[in-house]
Design a protein around this ligand. Structure first.
Ligand code: MSP
Length: 642
């Protein structure tokens, strides 16, 4: 039989830095859904990837002294590594710097321009001359540049625009005729009331102020501005090009669901459908805007110092426990929270006590009372029907919750079955039955029911904790894993032989674990500032750095780089020295002229945005966004510092 296609995607993550556990939640959530649909028999295509263009990346690469491509290559492989660490089963990992994607995006842009949906106009904003940056009214802070704090002036910049307004009515009709398109309902209301009904504005889709982007094919001054580039990934990954056929695209498009965070629902339910309408392509069936994961009650951010990464959690708790926590804890519409105490609590209660204990004691009893082989399944008794009904009913309940993206509720159903099974042990008391030879068949039937119930649990856990499923199935010594075998109770044959029991989840000692976590974060602290933790060096290494007192005699902004200042300094040699320094955000030229600073004078020259820099002045990272130059006024220029 031909399997039904199912196309599911995550948002593509920015490659501006290592993703935190909040970003990673999305890939785990999407993976759980993809795995469940595969179990149901769908032919799933699961797409994820990285969003690699834009000003921020260009700036970060410049700060790091590498090319943007080198920068995104590093972060993209880190992001892919985290997806793999979390055992996610994506079928394709797209990067917006992939050749086929860039080519298709240019063709899409060209087509929309040729048919009049993209037009050239002017982008009005506030211009900061020294930074050469455009800011919108909301970005400019009290008429000042948010980057350098200087006055901005009203100005216009040439840009291309996408005619969103033309499609307003068509989009409203689509949303009305497809009530499930924006999900959940709260997000749909938000989109309609805050963004669609007030009137959709045309969207600026090109920039001339930075270069790290896909060039506009017919106007090389411009690069295509983020959303046309980023959103197109969902179709370019399938091989879509406006002028070519693609088998994958024919098979999988339109997507069954785009899984995205609540902050970018707007782009996926307004810009994206309009782009597709303009391209004459069908629209995705659903956009699910999931809530955000908070740390305690706070947003995760470097400046708050509360960022948690997936690899740290996996090191502490293991992959499956991290997946379990994220999926069991996150509600489907309102934000969820992560605290270490809560992770430990859930681990001990749900994983160690409920699932681990059930599997361990059941398999141990089969081995103890029957040498591992359950002889029969013929002697039914009290409580059996209820256990069987719970097992069988769990399957449609889990399915229904997956259909509604209520993944935490789906998890709860499986845990409830495990609890019911533990209760069945207390009710039937196998240890008491074992004492009576006449009850042998009843004991065998009780253990059969438990093993079969555990098989249900193991298979239903697969979308959430795939490794645990495999471990349980190995202990059960069972390969009856087809989802269809869960439509009725009893697919396991009589006379089945189990393997040996071994604990699935060791209970966590909360005090010891909290100490370990503290230790981990203590070690982390030096890595929080921009300077990574460095290995110790000897005095001979330090002596290789030539530090000299230099006096700043001139200072000007650098035209092509808003973060740089070009300093001319007196280093005592009689020849002026030029230095490019990334401190424009914190200092105006006039604050620096005449001051004496510390300079690394034997640094190899480097060209930064057209300026040859012959040294580096020293500054302190006082806070995440607060840099102070080390002034040593009064020290004669040329003095060596050691
Ligand atoms: N690059 C854009 C998406 C383009 S899609 C065509 C982007 N990238 S992102 O890296 O900032 O975010 C990636 C995803 O992670 C988004 O769906 C975002 O909502 C989600 N999350 C970011 N922080 C999150 C939490 N704290 N919790 C849950 N999801 C979070 O946006």
């Amino acid at each position: 039989m031909c399997k039904k296609p199912y196309y599911i995607t995550t948002a593509i993550a920015y490659t501006s830095g290592k993703p935190h556990i909040g970003n990673s939640y999305e890939i785990v959530l999407t993976d759980a859904i993809a795995r469940f649909r595969r179990m149901q028999g769908y032919d799933v295509f699961f797409l994820t990837g990285t969003d690699e263009h834009g000003q921020k990346i260009e700036d970060k690469a410049r700060d790091a002294g590498i090319t943007p491509k080198e920068f995104v290559d590093g972060v993209a492989s880190q992001i892919k590594g985290i997806c793999d660490l979390l055992n996610t089963t994506y079928d394709k990992f797209i990067r917006t710097t992939d050749d086929y994607h860039e080519e298709a995006v240019q063709k899409i842009f060209q087509k929309l321009y040729d048919q009049g949906d993209i037009y050239k106009s002017e982008y009005e904003g506030f211009y900061c001359k020294p930074c050469e940056s455009f800011w919108t009214e909301t970005q400019a802070v009290d008429g000042k540049c948010p980057d350098c704090g200087r006055d901005v002036e009203k100005a216009r910049e040439e840009a291309y625009f996408l005619k969103l307004s033309k499609y307003q009515k068509q989009l409203e009709e689509y949303i009305e005729n497809n009530p499930d398109f924006i999900y959940p309902e709260s997000r749909k209301k938000e989109m309609l009331n805050n963004f669609i009904k007030p009137g959709i504005q045309d969207l600026c889709v090109s920039r001339t102020s930075f270069k790290w982007g896909v060039p506009v094919p017919f106007d090389s001054k411009h690069v295509i501005y983020v959303w046309i580039d980023a959103l197109s990934n969902y179709i370019t990954a399938l091989g879509y090009q406006p002028d070519k056929q693609s088998e994958l695209y024919e098979k999988y498009w339109p997507a069954n669901v785009h899984i995205v965070g609540k902050d970018i629902v707007r782009f996926h339910t307004i810009y994206w459908p309009i782009m597709l309408m303009a391209l004459g392509q069908p629209l995705p069936q659903k956009v699910y805007g999931h809530p955000w994961l908070l740390v305690g009650a706070d947003k995760m951010s470097k400046s708050r110092g509360n960022v948690i990464y997936a690899d740290q959690l996996v090191e502490l708790f293991g992959v499956d426990a991290v997946r379990y926590y994220l999926l069991a804890e996150m509600p489907h519409a309102s934000d969820g929270s992560l605290t270490f105490e809560n992770v430990i609590e859930r681990y001990n209660t749900d994983l160690a006590n409920t699932i681990g204990n059930l599997v361990n004691r059941t398999i141990a009893m089969v081995n103890k009372y029957f040498g591992g082989t359950i002889p029969c399944n013929t002697c039914s008794g009290d409580f059996d029907d209820e256990l069987k009904a719970t097992a069988v009913n769990t399957v449609p309940a889990v399915t229904k919750y997956f259909d509604e993206f209520r993944i935490a509720d789906a998890v709860s159903e499986v845990i409830a079955l495990a609890r019911r099974s533990n209760k069945y042990i207390d009710e039937t008391m196998p240890w008491a039955l074992a004492k009576d030879e006449a009850q042998k068949d009843r004991l065998s039937t009780v253990l059969y029911n438990l093993i079969e119930s555990i098989r249900f649990i193991a298979l239903l856990l697969k979308p959430f904790m795939p490794e645990t499923t495999d471990k349980i199935m190995a202990q059960l010594n069972c390969d009856i894993s087809d989802f269809s075998t869960l439509s009725s109770f009893g697919a396991l044959p009589e006379g089945h032989t189990v393997s040996t029991a071994s604990p699935l989840f060791e209970r966590i000692d909360t005090v010891k674990m909290m100490e370990r976590i503290e230790e981990m974060y203590k070690q982390e602290e030096p890595e929080q500032p921009k300077i990574p933790g460095l290995a110790p060096i000897g005095i001979e290494d330090f002596a290789k750095v030539e530090l000299t007192a230099v006096k700043i005699v001139d200072c000007t902004p650098v035209k092509r780089a808003k973060k740089l200042l070009c300093l001319t300094v007196d280093d005592g040699s009689g020849t002026p020295r030029t230095i490019a320094s990334g401190i424009a955000k914190w200092y105006k030229p006039e604050e620096l002229i005449g001051r004496t600073v510390i300079c690394v004078t034997n640094l190899k020259p480097a060209v930064l945005c057209g300026v040859e820099s012959n040294g580096m002045i020293l500054a302190a990272d006082c806070a995440e966004d607060d840099v102070k130059v080390l002034f040593i006024d009064g020290v004669p220029a040329g003095s060596k510092i050691r």
